[in-house]
Each structure stands twice: as structure tokens, then as C-alpha cells.
Design a protein around this ligand. Structure first.
Ligand SMILES: C[S@@+](CC[C@H](N)C(=O)[O-])C[C@H]1O[C@@H](n2cnc3c(N)ncnc32)[C@H](O)[C@@H]1O
Length: 323
């Protein structure tokens, strides 16, 4: 038997409609009709067809891919194409496009975390690509704290990026040790058998989070796999607040970086996407809300609290602690 609210759903919205007025007598009148005449079946079938047609008309889910809006289910493969294409030239392009500054930001990011300070840690570097952060974590722990037991699992959705990372680690003392391992997986749905609950001390993600289809889903996964009191740390391009710096940076990003992409990697579009995706990432005060919604504690919503701007906000570090 249909309930009152079902009939209310059935009524077309609009002023003057008997059912939108929610008049109990009008409702009873209609209900009586439905009970005593075959029109009950008509009422029911109209209701069912309305429900079916309204659900089939619900707008498709979308995601941003640079400045384009694409169906949610295609973003992952588009992002994969970008990183397949840039993998072999990724490190060179990073140095060229940032004039080496990305190295300073990454050093700063890792040294603020001080891995190894309280003893060996289990770390996971997600969207780890060619292993820049993993290498810095292991070097920092060893050089500053004589720690050769901290481990880093490098996770990336893209096998080509991981291959570059693996090659690179072959030249280091960490190769063939339990300190580093590489795993192809999607940050949004890390298999729990491989990445168990409450397992890691640090979750790092550098210049990766803006490429995800669903940032809330990734934050939930980060929360799941971190131990209580474990640290989530994200390094990402962000919003430049100084208007002069912002104008210069815009011009540099949209003209020089795609041009370098063409010259050094033969791929303008992928680098255009990377620049556009930066502009679509939530600005500094918005991202901590998402981190807190996933169940982390952050500092206050100011620079030096929930986030730390680097170079006027060109890049930014966000941290949260699992509660
Ligand atoms: C700009 S690179 C950053 C690599 C490295 N963290 C660094 O700082 O040099 C972004 C990486 O995110 C990875 N990625 C994108 N979507 C992902 C996902 N859903 N799960 C895991 N990794 C993803 C890409 O394959 C790529 O290697």
C-alpha cells in the first residue's frame, strides 16, 4: 500500500497542485479512489514509471580533468594516459619546469615530518610515481637518525611510473632490502588484504592528490590504513595569494610549461592538463575541511596551522593526524 509520502513524490511540483498543498482531505479523496476503482493500478503504475524515469534522468556523475568536465568513470583512464605518456621524461620535466625547485619543496616536506626521530616507521607513499618522496624519507631516517629499519611502500596506479622508480632505486643502497617496495594500486580502493587497517605511521602523497577522481574516497582510505595517531601529509600545488606573484606564475604555467612539454617530452597536452589540474584543486582553507571530514585532526585554518605555504602558496603542505 502506498504511503502518504509516496503520493507526495508522485505529485508534479508546482503551485496549485492538490498534493503539493498537502491537504489531508484531498489526500484521503484520492486514496479512496485508488482503493475502490481499478484506477488504483493506474496510480501505482504511474508512480512506478515516474520513479523509474526520474532515476534514469538523474544527471551523470562528472569529474574535472584539467579544465574539462568528463564522465567520472573516464577520469582514471585519462589520468593514466597522461602519466603513461610522461613517465620516461617525468623527472627531467619536473626539474626543467620548476627549475629544480620541486626538490627543495620535497626536501622541506620530508624534513618537517622528521622520519626516524621516534624510531623506525612504516610509511606508505601514495601516488609515489618515481619514488622521490620514498627516497627522501629513507635518506632522512638514515642520515639523521641512523635508522635502517624504516620502510616505505611506494604505491601508484601507473605501472610505467613505478618502473621508473624501481630503476632508480636499483642505484641506491635500498634496492633489494625490505626498506622499499613498489605496488600498483588505486589510492581510492587499496585492497585491504594488501593494505590492512591501522597499519602505517605515515601516509604521504606529493603532487598526486589533485589527479584523483574522488578526493574524499582517498582520504577515507588514508584514514583506514593509518594507525591511530598516524600522520597524513600532502604536498600539492595550491593557490598563490600575492596578486603580482600570481600573475607571473599564471603566465609561466600556461605558456612555458606546455612549451617545455612539447620540446622535452614531445607532449604538450599532458603538461597542459597538469597545469590546469592545479587550478581545479581546492584552495588552502577548503582542503583541511575535507581532511577533517575524513576523521583527521588538523591545526587551525591558517597558514602555519592546518597548512604551510611554500613559496607564497605555489606549493603547500597539508597535514592531519588520525583520531
Ligand atoms: C605528478 S605525479 C607525482 C609523483 C611523485 N609523488 C612526485 O612527487 O614526484 C602524480 C602521480 O599520481 C599517480 N596517480 C594518479 N591517480 C592515482 C590513483 N588513483 N591512485 C594512485 N596513484 C595515482 C600518477 O600515476 C602519478 O604517478
Amino acid at each position: 500500500m502506498s504511503s502518504r509520502s509516496d503520493f507526495e513524490k508522485e505529485s508534479p511540483p508546482g503551485p496549485g497542485s492538490a498534493l503539493t498543498k498537502r491537504d489531508p482531505d484531498a489526500f484521503d479523496e484520492r486514496h479512496r479512489d485508488c482503493q475502490f476503482f481499478p484506477s488504483y493500478a493506474v496510480c501505482l503504475s504511474l508512480y512506478v514509471s515516474f520513479e523509474l524515469s526520474s532515476s534514469s534522468q538523474s544527471p551523470p556523475k562528472t569529474a574535472s580533468f584539467g579544465f574539462r568536465t568528463v564522465p567520472e568513470e573516464s577520469k582514471e583512464s585519462l589520468v593514466k594516459e597522461v602519466f603513461d605518456s610522461v613517465a620516461s621524461s617525468y623527472d627531467l620535466m619536473n626539474d626543467a619546469s620548476s627549475l629544480g625547485v620541486h626538490r627543495l619543496w620535497k626536501d622541506d616536506f620530508v624534513s618537517r615530518l622528521r622520519p626516524g626521530r621516534k624510531g623506525p616507521l612504516k610509511c606508505i607513499d601514495v601516488a609515489g610515481g618515481t619514488g622521490d618522496i620514498a627516497l627522501r624519507i629513507l635518506d632522512y631516517a638514515r642520515e639523521k637518525h641512523y635508522d635502517r629499519e624504516t620502510t616505505v611502500e611506494v604505491v601508484d596506479i601507473n605501472g610505467e611510473m613505478l618502473k621508473e622508480g624501481f630503476k632508480r632505486f636499483k642505484q641506491t643502497m635500498y634496492h633489494n632490502t625490505p626498506q622499499v617496495s613498489f605496488h600498483e594500486a588505486n589510492a581510492q580502493e587499496l585492497p585491504p588484504t594488501q593494505f590492512p587497517d591501522n597499519h602505517y605511521d605515515f601516509y604521504t602523497v606529493a603532487f598526486g592528490i589533485r589527479n584523483y577522481t574522488s578526493i574524499p574516497a582517498v582520504l577515507q582510505e588514508a584514514h583506514r590504513i593509518l594507525k591511530p595517531d598516524g600522520t597524513f601529509a600532502c604536498l600539492e600545488f595550491s593557490k598563490v595569494n600575492n596578486p603580482i606573484l600570481s600573475t607571473l606564475y599564471e603566465q609561466y604555467s600556461f605558456s612555458i610549461i606546455p612549451l617545455l612539454g612539447t620540446i622535452l617530452a614531445g607532449d604538450r597536452n599532458s603538461y597542459k592538463y597538469l597545469v590546469e589540474s592545479i587550478r581545479r584543486f581546492p584552495p588552502q582553507p577548503e582542503f583541511p575541511d575535507m581532511i577533517r571530514e575524513a576523521g583527521f585532526k588538523t591545526g587551525e585554518n591558517v597558514d602555519g596551522g592546518a597548512w604551510t605555504d611554500l613559496w607564497g602558496g605555489i606549493a603547500c603542505i597539508h597535514t592531519g593526524v588520525k583520531i
